[in-house]
Design a protein around this ligand. Sequence first.
Ligand code: IPD
Length: 267
Amino acid sequence: MDQPLQIQHPILETLKRGILSAGEIPLKYLNTDKQIENKSPVNLLTIADKETEEFLVDFLKTEFPHDGLLAEEGHEYTGTSGFRWVIDPIDGTTSYAHGFPAFTISAGRIDENNHPVLGMVYQPLYKELYYAVKNSGAWMNQRKLQVTEQKEIASSLIGTGFPYNRREIMDQLMKRLAHFLHNTHDIRRTGSASLDMVYVAMGRLDAYYETGLHPWDTAAAALIVTEAGGIVSKFDGSNFDIFYPETIASNPYIHSDILRLIKESKI
Ligand code: IPD
């Protein structure tokens, strides 16, 4: 991981230092007692979520003292610069808690209009560092990212996820899932929204959709997708908003098909 970043940008360089160090924390606990707590019957919290968030908050506060911050496990403060960090210490906590190898650390920097301007998503197990700066492209380690050119929805591989309130919206989730299964090659579910989205940026998935998301799940990855040539929107096709729970991330060719399948499967 000591290869240079492909975008020369001082904030990105600093963030890389913080996120690579933070990535050691979930690895340290991976094969030990993760001290799992329940935020709800299906929403878990581990010692690694808490320690990673503490580490990143301290790091960002020191390095960017004028920026504000919003983090999944409760840290939040305002700054004076107009910029804010939105962080998920472990995105994919359920996967992590079970030892399933699909979890990331996600950090996005948003401006005063809540638009992401810089994002980094790190998969510490596989040492994959995804990053983007607005108008400068997106990368994974040394590789420039580009969404797929798949134009046929019937030949597309689609990612999705099932939110923590799934028991209340099961009929809608299942109807939508069935419609996608009928009309695409197949569905994948990693258990980490940011990982699903950077997989769209990288071309491992053609598109992804999910509802019930939070800003820390999408702030960094949404920019990585758009900088890789993809489209990120709400379910009705309107502009993506990190505070709105519905998100589609897609290559530009099948975006309208994704919108159509979502509309056709609405209860
Ligand atoms: C969750 C993951 C999961 C998605 C959930 C998210 P967390 O984030 O991204 O894939 O289905 O909606 O809340 O809780 O592991 O940080």
